[in-house]
Write a protein that binds this ligand. Structure first.
Ligand SMILES: CC(C)(COP(=O)(O)OP(=O)(O)OC[C@H]1O[C@@H](n2cnc3c(N)ncnc32)[C@H](O)[C@@H]1OP(=O)(O)O)[C@@H](O)C(=O)NCCC(=O)NCCS
Length: 162
């Protein structure tokens, strides 16, 4: 399906807070993006947690969930816990919309600094974060386990919010 017909049928994407009733779809999107997924109960608990800001990228009038972004807040700092788009929604720049709206919500809630950790070889994620003002502040060698007993390094990044 072309992007034009997709948008005509479903309308442009938009960002709104996740509800606990979105947890099943959110867990499926997370599982499609990561080797170790979060199950339905984990996702429900995180969406219900008042210290966690959980946003979804929705397409169309049917509120079809296509992306998730969760961060944990402590005082005036936040840490991004996860960001993932459904595989069919990737490559369209929608992750930028989701991250931009999420950061705006954090800033409006008084958050001044945002941290995250990302696998050093996750090029799309690092490009996304750099484009939105995150800069590397540290590196953790052999941090993420990989199949076959190998490991990948983690990059720690930070962004100040105005
Ligand atoms: C990370 C993720 C949310 C990004 O969403 P996306 O729709 O794939 O990203 P986009 O197509 O908008 O691309 C983001 C940037 O990466 C670049 N990019 C995409 N694929 C790339 C690749 N293979 N190599 C290098 N850069 C790449 C794009 O050009 C874009 O850069 P730009 O903003 O400077 O133009 C998505 O890939 C995903 O869900 N991945 C699985 C879960 C994951 O890894 N999450 C991050 C964990 S920290």
């Amino acid at each position: 399906m072309s992007l034009f017909s997709f948008l005509r049928r479903d309308g442009p994407p938009h960002v709104e807070p996740l509800a606990t009733s979105d947890a099943g779809e959110a867990a499926a999107i997370h599982a499609a993006g990561f080797a170790r997924g979060w199950d339905l109960m984990d996702m429900q608990a995180m969406i219900a947690d008042r210290a966690i800001r959980a946003d979804g990228l929705f397409v169309g009038t049917g509120r079809r969930l296509t992306g998730i972004l969760l961060s944990r807040t402590v005082l005036d700092e936040a840490e991004i816990l996860t960001v993932a788009l459904a595989p069919s929604a990737r490559g369209r720049g929608w992750s930028g919309l989701l991250l931009r709206e999420h950061l705006a919500g954090l800033a409006a809630a008084g958050i001044r600094t945002v941290f995250l950790e990302v696998e050093e070889d996750n090029a799309p994620a690092i490009a996304l974060y750099r484009r939105h003002g995150f800069t590397p502040i540290g590196r953790r060698e052999a941090y993420y386990p990989r199949p076959g007993g190998r490991h990948a390094a983690a990059l720690t990044m930070r962004r100040a919010l105005d």
